[in-house]
Design a protein around this ligand. Structure first.
Ligand SMILES: Nc1ncnc2c1ncn2[C@@H]1O[C@H](COP(=O)(O)OP(=O)(O)OP(=O)(O)O)[C@@H](O)[C@H]1O
Ligand SMILES: [Mg+2]
Length: 345
């Protein structure tokens, strides 16, 4: 018999005790150490059996219950427990096994998440240091050159100061972007939802980025000129989204290329805005990580394109804050389409 239940242990313990008592009493009777009739002897043996059964059952139950209660109070994080939670019934034991397994699963997941977060933090700090290093070194270089005589040289002094300033601007932009992301991540932001015309906004963004697009002879076009298309959202933030997406389509676009913005209804409540380019695109494997802070597809290529890899992280936060969705499709060498939804007014 396998001792899998408390009642088994009680029965075995009690049987052994009864056996021992019976043997001892028989020996004592045979050796005439004590005078006992068979009836009394059997009575004592049976009595021992019954008492030991009750006693063992009580002690084992108490001992196991206490242990289970302790484990249960840890896994459920409750001080006050229902007596049913740790009784030795089949049902309670089954529940305990299940609860413990669930608890272990949750702990395992939490540990995994914490490890992931730790790795993420490490990577983030590494990236940040790396991003700051480049402009800081260049500022340092220009200032040193100025101090070592450049200051008196009319031909370079102004130019070096302008270059140093551009390094400072770069750091300042980086810090602004990080501050923005931190605000989204800690919920310290307020969306100012208002009604505005998306078609008008696209025009404004195109105007803002026209000179950047002209440098690469990229055409900015709006597919189908709808009548005003009113939406509800934070206009300033959604401008940021469109500027980031169109700016990317130019940065990662090809000379003489094209960026198209298209709007289409999804349902009665939502419209989709697509930013389509015929630029360098990217392979599938990059898409899941694209919206992470500092993620860049081609680190060496993007270095002189100038970004720090925070634009899309901000885009994602803004769209998520609006409780809308964001999507990317891209093919290397063919182009990319970034799209997001927005609530209709
Ligand atoms: N339209 C696009 N076509 C091809 N690759 C893109 C496109 N948009 C983004 N990417 C890739 O995704 C990466 C992340 O974009 P993101 O806008 O977050 O950063 P960035 O443009 O490098 O820098 P930042 O926007 O912070 O100035 C880019 O470095 C680029 O590799
Ligand atoms: Mg960008």
């Amino acid at each position: 018999m396998q001792l899998t239940k408390p009642i088994h242990i009680t029965a075995v313990g009690s049987s052994i005790l009864v056996g021992l008592v019976a043997i001892i009493l028989c020996i004592l009777k045979w050796t005439h150490t004590i005078e006992l009739s068979w009836v009394v002897l059997i009575g004592i043996v049976l009595g021992t059996g019954v008492i030991s059964l009750i006693l063992f059952a009580y002690l084992i139950n108490r001992f196991v219950s206490r242990k289970i209660k302790f484990i249960y109070s840890i896994i459920t994080n409750r001080q006050e427990l229902d007596a049913n939670d740790f009784s030795l019934s089949e049902e309670a034991m089954g529940k305990l096994t299940q609860d413990t397994a669930n608890w272990a699963k949750i702990q395992k997941k939490q540990i995994k998440d914490l490890k992931k977060q730790a790795a993420f933090r490490k990577e983030f700090l590494g990236n940040l240091a790396h991003e700051l290093k480049t402009p800081v070194f260049s500022i340092q270089g220009y200032i040193l050159t100025l101090l070592e005589g450049g200051l008196e040289d009319e031909r370079v002094n102004r130019d070096f100061l302008v270059r140093a300033l551009s390094g400072v601007d770069r750091i300042s932009n980086l810090l602004d972007d990080l501050d923005e992301i931190a605000r989204f991540e800690t919920d310290r932001f307020n969306l100012k939802i208002q009604k505005f015309d998306m078609v008008q906004l696209v025009r404004e963004v195109f105007e803002e980025l026209e000179s950047k697009a002209n440098k690469k002879a990229i055409k900015l076009e709006f597919k189908r000129h709808y009548e005003p298309m009113f939406v509800m959202g934070d206009k300033k933030r959604l401008t940021q989204v469109l500027v980031n997406l169109v700016s990317n389509s130019i940065s990662y676009g090809v000379n003489d290329g094209k960026t198209t913005i298209a709007t289409s209804p999804v349902d009665k409540k939502t419209i989709r805005v697509e930013v389509i380019d015929n630029g360098v695109g990217m392979s599938e494997e990059h898409i899941p990580r694209l919206f992470e802070r500092f993620y860049r597809v081609d680190k060496s290529r993007e270095r002189h394109v100038g970004g720090s890899g925070l634009g899309l992280a901000i885009v994602k936060h803004v769209i998520e804050a609006h409780k809308q969705s964001l999507d990317v499709k891209s093919t290397e060498g063919v182009g990319s389409t970034f799209s997001f939804t927005v609530e209709r007014a």
